[in-house]
Design a protein around this ligand. Structure first.
Ligand code: NDP
Length: 791
């Protein structure tokens, strides 16, 4: 018996290579180079670049470098195809998407091998995870196509979508982009990553096979410049991007003011939190899936291990033992756990960061330093004793490197978890269900996996908080990114940026002390506050007569207001019932002062008594509507995997900036501020610059309605100047702007700093009709929490 035990212990795996014969034949057939896929056909290969197998450095294909002209042609094809594709019935579109799913499934083995050769990921992963999920995405979205009219009423497709994807999950990212876009009635131009374009080209061949109408799917290969040309093209209605935060930021700036819809799925530095009561053996397997899956080249990789001090030694010992069993090598070998890094430049990036870590004196553990003689390989690495300020704890390494830090209390764990500019994902390991959900709720991330990690499914939304981007992919949340309201094209707003001394409604600034009693002050932290500038401006009526003075807010006032809003964050944790009660009280108090508000509206705008009464009445009704909604904008439980509960929770952004238009000063203010606070946000509002007194009168309504201090802050003044400060402020999590084109462009461009979510409307809004769920959706972000059940 002793002998058999010894044999089992010392026995090694024999080679178990997956055959690449069919893929080799296909690549040989395209030896002359691949063209782009435009308007249903492959173009003749143009200027070519090489594509390598990162596991051995050999060239496997030559692919065309997409030029601005190629992008032009692809967009033209997509534009031409769009109306017809959108006009097909949902059922017809569904059949096309279903056919794509079937054909992907039929070619699973081919696509898995091709993906592994192109990207370097182990065949076990491409075969068992990537490609089955690709098929799942197309099946799932075939369903949405046929349900679109009933499930997304009053909406229409966005139009032509430009989609840019990275190299870490090449075909899966393509599926995440193309499947929902097509299901929603859009056409697409997709640019795969330069390192990994081959499965996208194989997918193009599948599109020919299944008979997708020409122009519905277009694929243009190339580098960053090709991507930039796609982003810049005037024919694109929406950009969907997955990749680095740096490029995401550039795309935010490039699309600012163009009216293009944008969703960004960016980087992460996701925490993997292990409490003392966790099942450590399961947690070790979780770590393997979190950071050594796909060589750690995963945007949501659990790359920061945060472990309770009392469990750290035991966990590290188990991890080191497990690392010794990870098999690194030929990605085509079916028993390989860790494959190749995608390209030499990426390998060098990992090495550079490791050198920086070594200079910091960090402790490194690698079970196996013997690497294959050729190809891009990096061994699984555990770095312990990492200070949260270390470069390795802050930078996205995008390699098989786990950095570990200990914590003492749950509060400290949450603080460390949130100590990052990112917010893509988190894993929480504990046997205590109360603690698991408490921590999940407090972590600022778009996805939280409890006692699990890296779970994906087409039915669940995926996407980040903070600098991990905005927008979701997957499920209903993802589908809504590809639809817009079905209404006639709105007229550009008549709102103009308020230039003091120049605008008809705003007279020159004056010293506040000239008329202290008549000046409506700012409202910050529940108190009236003198503007930092010490100046006020005269508010004029329609005939140019002065009706009062308003404080001239500046950058410092906005900063104070943001600080006050951040301090009031417990509003977001209040029960929805409590918030509803407060909002009802606001509505009631506004109703009690109906006449006074009507008179003020008339005095400021010169509108008729009837129109003023009608605006006040509508505002009261609107306040009641959002009070009613406060506890009714439910999340969902997604139907994902067996024995998992996947909760989609609508969470407030935190601090929201709201810049109101000049027109309809009361109802616009109420229509924007009330849904935001109903969802638990704290707000810094800039009211109508020409008619600010209606909002400053609103203080007293807030004061008498039990709205906690700091939940609503009001800063009056030049709207676009104040919008600028809000857009630049890193403490503002989301910003709504309704005003002119220049202001909207400015808000979008400047929001690139912390990648805050923006909603801008440079068009006239019919406030009497505009209310409801669309506002609540924009006032929240969805967190998906995955929890397994069963022993
Ligand atoms: P990028 O963000 O550069 O690439 C993502 C995609 O964007 C690729 O298709 C790329 O083209 C394209 N692209 C590059 N520049 C532009 C541009 N100016 N305008 C439009 N599109 C552009 O990521 P990298 O591949 O350079 O990887 C760098 C780092 O980014 C990684 O180390 C990792 O930290 C992070 N990353 C994060 C990913 C995620 O999923 N969140 C995925 C990939 C990387 P091309 O490939 O030809 O350069």
């Amino acid at each position: 018996m002793g002998v058999i035990k010894d044999i089992l212990r010392t026995m090694d795996y024999g080679p178990s290579p997956e055959s690449s014969e069919h893929v080799g034949v296909w690549l040989d057939e395209h030896k002359a180079g691949f063209g782009h896929f435009i308007n249903g056909a492959f173009t003749k290969p143009g200027a070519l670049f090489d594509v390598f197998n990162p596991a051995n450095g050999e060239r496997i294909a030559r692919v065309s470098q997409g030029s601005a002209k190629d992008i032009d042609a692809a967009i033209a094809a997509a534009l031409k195809a769009q109306a017809k594709w959108a006009a097909l019935s949902g059922f017809e579109r569904s059949k096309h998407i279903y056919a794509l799913a079937r054909h992907v499934q039929k070619r699973e083995r081919f696509l898995s091998v091709l993906e592994t050769i192109d990207n370097g990921k182990p065949i076990r992963e491409s075969r068992d995870i990537d490609i089955p999920l690709v098929a799942r995405h197309f099946y799932h979205h075939a369903g949405w196509a046929s349900l679109i009219d009933s499930e997304f009423p009053d909406t229409k497709p966005v139009g032509v979508c430009g989609q840019i994807i990275p190299w870490n999950f090449p075909l899966l990212m393509l599926a995440w982009k193309i499947a929902p876009a097509l299901a929603a009635g859009n056409t697409v131009v997709l640019k795969p990553a330069e390192f990994t374009p081959l499965t996208a080209l194989a997918f193009a061949a599948i599109c020919v096979e299944t008979g997708i109408p020409p122009g519905v799917v277009n694929i243009v290969t190339g580098d960053g410049a090709t991507g930039a040309a796609l982003v810049a093209h005037a024919g694109v209605d929406k950009i969907a991007f997955t990749g680095s935060t740096e490029v995401g930021r550039a795309i935010r700036k490039a699309t600012a003011g163009t009216g293009k819809k944008l969703s960004l799925e960016l980087g992460g530095k996701s925490p993997f939190i292990v409490f003392e009561d966790a099942d450590l053996d399961s947690a070790v397997e979780g770590v393997v899936d979190a950071i050594w899956f796909n060589q750690g080249q995963v945007c949501c990789a659990g790359s920061r291990l945060l472990v309770a001090e009392g469990a750290a030694d035991a966990l590290y010992a188990k991890l080191r033992a497990r690392m010794a069993n990870l098999r690194l090598g030929d990605p085509l070998d079916k028993s390989t756990d860790v494959g190749a890094i995608v390209a030499p430049v990426q390998l060098e990036r990992i090495r550079r960061l490791m050198r920086q870590g070594e200079e910091e004196g960090l402790e490194f553990f690698r079970a196996n330093d013997s690497l294959p003689d050729r190809g891009c390989f990096y061994p699984p690495t555990l770095v312990t004793g990492v200070d949260p300020a270390s470069v390795l704890a802050r930078e996205e390494i995008f390699g098989p490197v786990l950095v570990a830090t200990t914590f003492r209390t749950p509060d400290e764990a949450v603080a460390l978890a949130n100590n990052t500019r990112y917010g893509l994902a988190a894993s929480v390991w504990t046997e205590n269900v109360n603690r698991a959900f408490e921590v999940a709720a407090r972590i600022k991330a778009g996805v939280v996996w409890i006692n699990s990690t890296n779970m994906f499914d087409a039915a669940a939304g995926f996407g980040g908080y903070r600098e991990s981007g905005f927008g979701r992919e997957g499920g209903r949340e993802g589908m809504s990114e590809y639809r817009i309201a079905d209404e006639p094209k709105p007229k550009p707003s008549a709102s103009r940026s308020q230039r003091l001394n120049a605008s008809p409604g705003v007279a020159p600034a004056r010293n506040m002390d000239d008329a202290p009693d008549r000046t409506a002050k700012l409202y910050i932290g529940g108190k009236q506050a003198r503007p930092d500038s010490g100046y006020s401006y005269a508010v004029l009526d329609s005939s140019g007569r002065e009706v009062g003075l308003a404080g001239l807010g500046n950058r410092k006032d906005i900063r104070n207001a943001v600080e006050a809003a951040a301090k009031a964050s417990s509003w977001g944790a209040a029960t929805a019932h409590n918030r509803a009660q407060v909002l009802y009280y606001v509505a009631e108090n506004l109703a009690a002062r109906e006449d006074e508000f009507s008179r003020r509206l008339r005095a400021m705008t010169g509108m008729s008594a009837r129109a003023a009464k009608s605006e006040v009445d509508a505002s009261i009704r609107r306040a009641f509507v959002y009070a009613g909604y406060a506890d009714k904008f439910d999340g969902a439980v997604h139907a994902t995997r067996a024995r998992f509960v996947t909760l989609a929770m609508n969470e407030p952004w935190g601090v929201m900036g709201i810049v109101c238009p000049n027109e309809a000063p009361l109802i616009a203010f109420v229509s924007l501020v009330m849904p935001a606070i109903a969802m638990g946000n704290c707000v810094v509002a800039v009211p109508s610059a020409n008619h600010p007194l209606i909002a400053t009168d609103f203080y007293s309504v807030l004061d008498t309605s039990d709205v906690p201090a700091g939940v609503v802050n009001i800063v009056t003044g030049e709207a676009n100047a104040l919008a600028r400060t809000l857009a630049e402020h890193d403490g503002v999590d989301a910003l709504w702007y309704v005003g002119d084109m220049d202001g909207a462009a400015q808000v979008e461009a400047l929001s690139a700093g912390n990648l805050k979510a923006t909603w801008t409307s440079p068009a006239t809004i019919d406030w009497a009709k505009t209310q409801g769920r669309a506002f609540l959706r924009r006032a929240t972000q969805v967190k998906n929490i995955w929890t397994p059940y069963g022993e």
